[in-house]
Design a protein around this ligand. Structure first.
Ligand SMILES: NC(=O)c1ccc[n+]([C@@H]2O[C@H](COP(=O)([O-])OP(=O)(O)OC[C@H]3O[C@@H](n4cnc5c(N)ncnc54)[C@H](O)[C@@H]3O)[C@@H](O)[C@H]2O)c1
Length: 310
């Protein structure tokens, strides 16, 4: 009975279709840079969950539609050609912000564009996170893929997240490492000032299928050289170490970070280290070729290199 004495009808039962799978609330997830190496593997994993709708925004600078071909036309998947230096308006619950060339060859190619991608791209994505969070009051989140390069030429080993780094602000790599540092700053400023839920992953070297073969990084270099029957070029002394994380482990780490309660920054990578000679040995072993190594001093041109046959 209503206050004016009239009987009110109870609200109608919701349509039975509401409980059907089609109407269940899905998580809509934006992946910037989703056509790239790590991004496309992340998309593969997110698409395995039937509750996820995935939108990829990419300008295809280093990524390719080919990496996503298995999802094109899928009802839970959308691909948008978009440059993150421009604002993007979409309704999403989570944002994985990966868009940025990761290999020195590509990020040094157009350094102004690289720093714009890092700074304006992150600002635009934070603006989007703020807008969707404020308008529909959802616990939306944004995750930034930062890099171990924010530590620069580190003076402490190993680098823990509380180390502030030793970075050259005016060098040729600064567009990337200083760009990522500003991106991290923006993430925390939006978190403190606007209450945006943020996650920051500092990614260490990652490898796996869909890496760009000519991206100049050591794993792809060795593999490309082995495929082309060229000597594997190892910088002297060859005992310098790096860690390499397989891409599916990286994707696990990113999703766990997004779903967990820690804002980060969190280092994600493989704690085990290899020497460059060990890596070259491994590539030689799996390539089943009579690959040989070529050792050369860091500053020397390969013309003066010392050939070393194993
Ligand atoms: N691969 C690694 O070892 C590594 C290490 C540290 C950090 N990261 C970070 O992880 C993320 C992904 O790296 P990746 O190895 O997959 O690189 P990638 O180059 O394969 O992928 C980057 C993607 O971003 C897209 N992109 C670049 N600029 C863009 C722009 N302005 N607008 C829209 N899209 C743009 C590219 O087309 C590409 O698809 C990057 O943020 C990178 O800094 C990677």
């Amino acid at each position: 009975m209503a206050s004016n004495g009239q009987t009110t009808k109870p609200p109608p039962n919701p349509s039975p279709l509401r409980s059907a799978k089609f109407f269940q609330a899905n998580m809509r997830i934006l992946v910037t840079g989703g056509a790239g190496f790590i991004g496309s593997h992340l998309v593969d994993r997110l698409m395995q969950n039937e509750k996820n709708e995935v939108i990829v925004a990419d300008n295809y600078f280093t990524g390719s539609k080919d990496n996503l071909k298995q999802w094109i036309g899928h009802p839970r998947f959308e691909l948008i050609r978009h440059d993150v230096t421009e604002p993007l308006l979409v309704e999403v619950d989570q944002i994985y912000h990966l868009a940025c060339p990761a290999s020195p060859i590509f990020y040094k190619y157009n350094p102004v564009k690289t720093i714009k991608t890092n700074v304006m791209g992150t600002l635009n994505m934070l603006g989007l996170a703020k807008r969707v969070g404020a308008s529909i009051m959802m616990a939306n989140r944004i995750l930034l893929t930062s890099t171990s390069e924010v530590y620069g030429d580190p003076l402490v080993h190993p680098q823990t997240e509380d180390y502030w780094g030793n970075v050259n602000p005016i060098g040729v790599r600064s567009c990337y490492d200083e760009g990522k540092r500003v991106a991290e700053t923006l993430m925390f400023d939006y978190h403190r000032q606007h209450g945006i839920e943020i996650r920051i992953a500092r990614i260490f070297n990652t490898y796996g299928p869909r890496m760009n073969i000519d991206d100049g990084r050591v794993v792809s270099n060795f593999i490309a050289q082995a495929i082309r029957d060229e000597p594997l070029t190892v910088q002297l002394p060859g005992t310098q170490t790096r860690s390499f994380c397989y891409v599916s482990d990286m994707v696990d780490g990113l999703i766990r970070l997004m779903e967990g309660n820690d804002t980060g920054p969190i280092n994600i990578g493989n704690p085990g280290e290899f020497t460059m000679l060990e890596l070259a040995e491994n590539v030689k072993e799996v390539s089943f070729k009579l690959a040989h190594f070529r050792l050369f001093p860091i500053s020397a041109s390969p013309i003066f290199s010392l050939f070393y046959q194993i």
